[in-house]
Design a protein around this ligand. Structure first.
Ligand code: PEP
Ligand code: MG
Length: 574
C-alpha cells in the first residue's frame, strides 16, 4: 500500500531507498525467575552486555571524525558516564542475586528508579537527561537480547537505506555516518533539536515529527524522503518514483552547479553588492562556511558551547573557541552572539524553567541576571577580537534600559582588560538582535546606541504571531509572509537604512531562496544563513534586478490577503 506522510523537513534534498527500521526497544521487558544455580551465569550475561555497550560507545567516541560537531563527543561522554554509574552497571547485579530474577528485569527496575529520581529534579536540563538514561538502558537491553544497537536488519546492504526511527540520539547519528544511510526520518523531534542540527551538518535529507512513521513503515519498503518539503512517500508507484528520481537528479545537478558559484561575488544584475554570511553553532562549522564561499559569519550561536555538559566553559575555553573562528575567517567579519539560553536552548546551570520559558529569563535577560557569567563571556569575546574581525551581537533586546546595562557590562570588561594589559580591538562593533516586536516597533529608541542590527526572524515570528516555534502542533501557523511579520521586517530595514545603521537578517528567512528577492526589494543587503542554503540564495541574488524587485515587494507589503501575497510573490520570483 502506498501512502504519504507529512512532517517537518529539517535538512533539504531527496533520498530514495529501502526502509531500515531502527530497532525500538519498547522497554516492555519480560520478568522471569532464574534458578539459583544459574544466577551467577545471569550476572555474567549482564556484565557481558554492559561491557559490549561500553566497548561500542568507546569505539564510537574514538571514531568521531575531526570535523564532527563538539556536542557529539559530549553526548558520547554523557552516555558512557550514565552507563558507568553504579546504579546501572552494579546495582542490577545485586538485584539478580537477591530477587533471583533475569538481568533485563533487574536493569529495568533500576532504570525506573533512576527515572523517578530524575522526575523530581527541578532543573529542566537535568530532568530531561532521563531521555539519555533510557537510551543507554535500551542499548544494554538490546545487547542482552543479542541484537546490535542499530538493528537495521535489512537484507540488501548495497543501496543506502532510509533510516526510520521513533527518535534518535546524536550518538546514533554518528553510527549512521559509518553505515551510510541516505536519509533519516523520525516520529518525534523539532527543527531545532540536536539531532536535526546534526543532520544538517552531515548534509542528510531528513524529516522529523512524522508521528507514525515507525509503526507504519515496514523494513525494506521503498521510501522517498523529500527533506525540503518535509514529505515522505512510502511504496510509491512507478510514476511517482520516476518523477522523484528526476527531481533527485535535478537537485544533485543543481548542487554541483551551485558549487561553481563559490568564489562569485553576490551582486545583483544592477550591480549592487550583497553580503551573504553564514550562521554557525560550533567552531568546526567554519570549514563548511569557507567551502560555500560565505563572506563572513553573521551569527555564531555561542550557546552551543555551553550545552550538553555539566559545567560552564571558562574564559580560556571560550577565548580559544572564538579565537579559532576569528583566525580561520582571516579578517572576514565574525559576529559572535552572546549567550542565548532559555526557552528551548537549555544549559545545566541556566535559568530555572518557568511555565512560559519563551517569555522568561532568556538570552540577554539571563546574562544581565548573571553578571559573572556574562563578564566571562564578554572578556573572552573581546580578547578574541585581537585575532580577527569580531563583532559582538546582543540577543533578545526589548528596551533601551536593557541595552544600556549590556553596554555598561561591555565597557566594564574592556576596562578590566585594559587594566590587565590584555590585548583586544578597541572598536569591536556592537549590534543588537531585533527579534522582539517591541524592539522592532520602537527601534529608534535603540538605534543610536548600536553599530549594527540583525533581525532574528525565527523569534520575531514566534513573538509576533504567538506561536511556540518548537511546538509542531502549531507549526502550520508559523508564517514569514504574515502581513504583521513583513511589516515589522520592512520597518526595521527601512529605519536602519535611513539612519545608516547596517542591518542583516539572520533568522531562517535569510536562507529561504523564495524570500530572497522580497528581502532585497525591501532594502536588505546583508543575509546570514546556514551555510548549506547559501549557494541557492546567491543564485537568486545573481538573477535579481533590484529595480524590478522593489515595486513588487512594496505591493506585497501592502497586501493583506494571503493568496494575494503568494501570487505577488510568485510573480516576483518568476
Ligand atoms: C532568530 O531568532 O531568528 C535567530 C536567528 O536566533 P535563534 O534561532 O538562535 O533564536
Ligand atoms: Mg532568536
Amino acid at each position: 500500500m502506498s501512502f504519504t506522510m507529512f512532517g517537518i523537513g529539517v535538512s533539504g534534498g531527496i533520498a530514495i531507498g529501502p526502509a531500515r527500521l531502527l530497532s525500538h526497544t519498547s522497554l516492555e521487558v519480560s520478568h522471569y525467575a532464574v534458578q539459583p544455580d544459574r544466577l551467577a551465569r545471569e550476572v555474567e550475561r549482564f556484565d557481558a552486555a554492559v561491557g559490549a555497550v561500553r566497548a561500542e560507545l568507546e569505539e564510537l567516541r574514538a571514531s568521531v571524525p575531526q570535523g564532527a560537531p563538539a556536542e557529539v563527543d559530549a553526548f558520547l561522554n554523557l552516555h558512557l558516564m550514565i552507563l558507568n554509574d553504579s546504579t546501572l552497571c552494579e546495582a542490577p547485579r545485586a538485584l539478580v542475586l537477591q530477587q533471583g530474577c533475569n538481568a533485563e528485569w533487574a536493569l529495568k527496575q533500576q532504570m525506573d528508579l533512576l527515572i523517578r529520581q530524575f522526575e523530581a529534579i527541578e532543573d529542566t536540563y537535568l530532568r530531561e537527561r532521563q531521555v539519555d538514561v533510557v537510551q543507554v538502558v535500551e542499548r544494554v537491553l538490546k545487547a542482552l537480547l543479542g541484537s546490535p544497537s542499530l538493528v537495521s536488519t535489512g537484507s540488501s546492504r548495497d543501496s543506502p537505506g532510509i533510516l526510520v526511527a521513533h527518535d534518535l540520539s546524536p550518538a546514533d547519528m554518528m553510527l549512521f555516518k559509518e553505515q551510510q544511510f541516505a536519509a533519516f526520518i523520525t516520529d518525534v523531534g523539532g527543527a531545532t533539536s540536536h539531532t536535526a542540527i546534526l543532520a544538517r551538518s552531515l548534509n542528510l535529507p531528513s524529516v522529523v515529527a512524522l508521528h507514525h512513521a515507525w509503526p507504519l513503515i515496514r523494513e525494506n519498503e521503498i521510501v522517498i524522503v523529500d527533506g525540503t518539503q518535509g514529505v515522505v512517500l512510502v511504496n510509491p508507484d512507478r510514476q511517482v518514483l520516476t518523477e522523484y528520481r528526476l527531481r533527485q537528479e535535478q537537485w544533485d545537478l543543481e548542487r554541483q552547479k551551485l558549487k561553481r558559484l563559490r568564489s562569485t561575488r553576490a551582486t545583483t544584475l544592477d550591480g549592487v553588492d550583497v553580503e551573504l554570511h553564514a550562521n554557525i553553532e560550533f567552531p568546526n562549522d567554519v570549514e563548511l562556511v569557507r567551502r560555500v564561499g560565505a563572506t563572513g559569519i553573521g551569527l555564531f550561536r555561542s550557546e552551543f558551547l555551553f550545552m550538553n555538559r555539566p559545567d560552564l566553559p571558562d574564559e580560556e575555553e571560550q577565548f580559544a573557541a572564538y579565537r579559532s573562528v576569528a583566525e580561520a575567517m582571516k579578517g572576514a567579519p565574525v559576529t559572535i552572539r552572546t549567550l542565548d539560553v532559555g526557552n528551548d536552548k537549555l544549559i545545566e546551570q541556566g535559568p530555572r524553567v518557568t511555565s512560559n520559558p519563551a517569555l522568561g529569563l532568556r538570552a540577554v535577560r539571563y546574562c544581565l541576571s548573571e553578571p559573572r557569567l556574562f563578564n566571562t563571556q564578554l572578556r573572552a569575546i573581546l580578547r578574541a577580537s585581537a585575532f580577527g574581525n569580531i563583532h559582538l551581537l546582543i540577543p533578545m533586546l526589548s528596551c533601551r534600559a536593557e541595552l544600556e546595562q549590556a553596554l555598561t557590562m561591555v565597557e566594564a570588561a574592556r576596562e578590566q582588560l585594559r587594566e590587565e594589559g590584555i590585548a583586544f580591538a578597541e572598536n569591536v562593533p556592537i549590534g543588537g538582535m531585533i527579534e522582539i516586536p517591541a524592539a522592532a516597533l520602537a527601534l529608534e529608541s535603540l538605534l543610536d546606541r548600536l553599530d549594527f542590527l540583525s533581525i532574528g526572524t525565527n523569534d520575531l515570528i514566534q513573538y509576533t504571531l504567538a506561536i511556540d516555534r518548537t511546538d509542531d502542533s502549531v507549526s502550520h501557523l508559523y508564517d514569514p509572509l504574515h502581513p504583521a511579520v513583513l511589516f515589522l521586517v520592512a520597518h526595521v530595514i527601512r529605519t536602519a537604512n535611513k539612519h545608516d545603521v547596517p542591518v542583516a537578517v539572520c533568522g531562517e528567512m535569510a536562507g529561504a531562496p523564495e524570500l530572497t528577492r522580497l528581502l532585497l526589494g525591501l532594502g536588505l543587503r546583508s543575509f546570514s544563513m546556514h551555510a548549506n542554503h547559501l549557494p541557492m540564495v546567491k543564485q537568486v541574488v545573481l538573477k535579481t534586478t533590484l529595480t524590478d524587485a522593489e515595486p513588487l515587494s512594496r505591493r506585497i507589503l501592502g497586501a493583506y490577503d494571503s493568496e494575494k501575497i503568494q501570487s505577488l510573490l510568485n510573480k516576483l520570483n518568476a
